[in-house]
Design a protein around this ligand. Sequence first.
Ligand code: ADP
Length: 378
Amino acid sequence: MSRHPLFSRLRWRIVAAHMLVVIVGVIVVLAMSRILLDYVVPSALAGDFAALASAESEAELAEGTSALLAAFRSAVLASVAVAATGAIVAALITGLVLARQILHPLDQLAGSARRVAAGRYSERVSVPDSEELALVASSFNQMAKALQGVEEQRVTLIGDVAHELRTPLTALAGYLEGLVDGLFEPEEETFDAMHQEVRRLQRLIDDLQALSRVEAGQISLQMESQPLLPLVELAAASLLSQAAGKGVTLSVSRLADSPLVHVDADRVLQILHNLLGNAIRYTPEGGRIDVKVSSRERNAEVTVTDTGIGIPAEALPYIFERFFRVDTSRSRRSGGSGIGLTISRYLAWAMGGELTAASTGAGRGSTFTLLLPLAPPD
Ligand code: ADP
């Protein structure tokens, strides 16, 4: 049933409810007064009228008149009292029914809030047609949906972490069983392989800890204005031998004056290490990695372009999600946890920047672009 638009506002509904209560009260007063005056009062006064009619002297007439007036006054007062009591009872019942009807959506909301608090995140309330309550109900539904999303993420995260931990642990258990059964010789090679799995576990745990900190916004930033180029050169220099060892050329060029940025230098280095490390990891021998520094309107820009294996278009939207790897076995073999880019993007956001990825497809290289805020002019 659709209501008049005026009544879709709660305040008008409350006013209308008050008016209805008053109207019911007045109708009951009028109706009861009418009945009392028509039937009860005349019979109550009949005796006094008869006494007045049969008065034979002046004194009896005066006495009869005052008795009649007194009886009339008390009959009217009693009628008003009875009618008022009836009106109060009727108004009370009407008020309770109306209040119950108006507050019903709030009761529903309170019940749903309790169920959501108890962990039933799929709970939703129906949106009432009063504008004010509809706003509250749809905000509640939005909140419940967001909580459901967080809960789903939490469950996925636990599954992912368990999965990631299981891989190196299974390998370690395999080596240990092999040693016990005599399948493997207790020699340096075996222990090296086991040590590698332990290091992978340690790296994963360090990454997870860093991820939980950045996701919770618990990172302290030492923001300072500084030139960007030296930071990029420092990051590139520290990975130069790694690139050379793999037969990959790594070069830095600047397209404009080195921009001054307002950043936390350590965090920028962390992001650049991740981007350059990935570029080296996913670029085969003979490939090239070009790092360019430039500035745009309000941002400085670092692009890391490689001629490596590239990223397929269908994988690009997920590249920054935790534990996402394009080629799971390949990345895992090379020690990748699939968390590096997630952390880097959070760090870029925390500094007021952005990190994006582009690739024209598998086998055609990738470009990662880091935007950082320019230092404010003095
Ligand atoms: P990982 O530690 O696995 O490298 P990242 O979060 O740093 O984790 O990267 C996520 C995934 O993105 C990688 O597993 C890889 O599939 C893909 N990726 C990242 N950088 C590149 C790149 N330069 N070229 C191709 N693929 C890349």
